[in-house]
Design a protein around this ligand. Structure first.
Ligand SMILES: Cc1cc2nc3c(=O)[nH]c(=O)nc-3n(C[C@H](O)[C@H](O)[C@H](O)COP(=O)(O)O)c2cc1C
Length: 177
């Protein structure tokens, strides 16, 4: 591991599954790179490795959805990172999936969902930066999943989100303490 990636491990990020569907296929990929770009007009970005099968499908379908994961969805994060034994990451055979109005794969119990039209793709190193125009956005008060130092956990101290777990001993809670 080089100095850059080692230092990056100490940052904390949200975890989402970016999904796409259309004539070029239905795929999903775990990402930590979702960032807001602009509020008016609403735009966000994600960075996707060009070697991932979801990459070319997003380019061709020109549509994607961001499903922001909750602390309860750590296993789905691993699932869509291709890091377990249940087959290719893009098979939607675990999790509670429905479809957005335009038919993009949507996790019904996510912390937030953003439905985007691809505005532009910018090549940068091994990845493409996909900038999306947000068409629909929806969120709810439930603790989002955090990722740091190769571990998943809860961002302790975000009181509004964490109060939903009062009385619940969540094993993830200690991970980032
Ligand atoms: C927490 C987490 C965050 C990730 N974030 C990104 C990301 O922002 N962009 C990306 O291209 N891959 C990201 N990955 C890696 C992909 O999810 C995936 O594991 C990788 O592309 C390898 O997929 P493959 O085994 O199907 O080739 C992330 C993985 C994890 C576990």
């Amino acid at each position: 591991m080089n100095t850059f990636t080692n230092a990056m491990r100490h940052a904390v990020s949200s975890v989402s599954i970016v999904t796409t569907d259309g004539t070029h296929g239905r795929y999903g990929l775990t990402i930590s790179s979702m960032t807001s770009v602009s509020a008016d007009p609403p735009m966000l970005l994600v960075c996707v490795n060009r070697n991932n099968v979801a990459h070319d499908a997003i380019v061709a379908n020109r549509r994607f959805a961001i499903n922001v994961l909750t602390v309860h969805q750590q296993q789905l994060a691993a699932r869509f990172a291709g890091s377990n034994e249940h087959g290719p990451a893009y098979e939607f055979n675990s999790g509670d999936w429905s479809g957005t109005a335009s038919g993009l794969p949507q996790l019904i119990d996510s912390a937030a969902i953003f439905e985007c039209e691809l505005d532009r793709a910018i090549s940068a190193g091994t990845h493409s930066i996909f900038i999306g125009q947000v068409e629909t956005a929806c969120g709810r008060d439930i603790a989002p999943l955090a990722y740091s130092n190769r571990e998943y956990g809860m961002a302790v101290g975000l009181e509004a989100a964490n109060t939903i777990f009062t009385g619940t001993k969540n094993v993830l809670e200690a991970t980032l303490l």
